[in-house]
Design a protein around this ligand. Structure first.
Ligand SMILES: Nc1ncnc2c1ncn2[C@@H]1O[C@H](COP(=O)(O)OP(=O)(O)O)[C@@H](O)[C@H]1O
Ligand SMILES: [Mg+2]
Length: 194
């Protein structure tokens, strides 16, 4: 018998493999389509302060979108995972405020620019896999599950993902936080959230 954790682990491996199978050109082209759609959403247009993430490996690419949002005058924060603390939202003023940390992942360097999650108007959430009910599978550390409840009520959590990351069902547990929408290169899945 498989419990939720084992199922998640297996699904995580399968989905990471599928995503790794996308070529760099595919990742770039699909990411551009996803981000173009994001910028058209009312929730995005209305938001003054947006939390993005910085992509690595074959995640939906965000750096062009971050630069564009900044140039539009929006405030931008990105996550920094702090061991034993959780996920911090750090405001950046430019992509130059990022540098490669452990594992080569770009991270914000100015930790003094940490912001209160209550300041954020919108969060763009990465993930390994999603189902059509808004359930999310992450990397398995639960960082976003612990961070997202700190947002103001009503602040939208929009996941961005490639179609290959959509699965029939993510074995969600009690602590898993659901997305308000999932945006792929083909569709916007909007979820009525309580
Ligand atoms: N709100 C929370 N409080 C305490 N622990 C949590 C919370 N959310 C998640 N966790 C823990 O984090 C671990 C990973 O969570 P999981 O949902 O499997 O990962 P992910 O969301 O990254 O795929 C789990 O063992 C879970 O108990
Ligand atoms: Mg989770």
């Amino acid at each position: 018998m498989e419990d939720g954790r084992e199922l998640k682990k297996r699904l995580r491996q399968e989905c990471l493999e599928k995503r790794a199978g996308l070529s760099q050109d595919e990742v770039r082209e699909k990411s551009e389509r996803i981000m173009a759609r994001l910028f058209e959403l009312d929730e995005f247009k209305k938001a003054n302060f947006i939390m993005f993430y910085v992509d690595f490996k074959n995640e939906v690419m965000t750096q062009d979108a971050i630069a564009k949002a900044l140039s539009m005058g929006k405030r931008v924060a990105v996550p920094k995972t702090v061991k034993d603390e959780g996920l911090w939202a750090i405001e950046i003023k430019s992509l130059d405020d990022l540098s490669a940390g452990a594992l080569g992942i770009l991270e914000p360097t100015k930790l003094e620019n940490r912001v209160d999650p209550e300041e954020l108007d919108l969060v763009i959430v990465p993930g390994v896999a999603f189902d059509r009910k808004g359930h999310r599978l992450g990397f398995g550390a639960g960082y976003y599950d612990r961070f997202l409840p700190k947002l103001r009520p009503g602040v939208k959590k929009i996941a961005v993902a490639f179609e290959v990351q959509l699965v029939d069902s993510v074995p969600a547990e009690e602590h898993d936080i659901r997305m308000d929408a999932i945006l792929t290169e083909e569709q916007l899945i909007s979820l009525p959230n309580d």
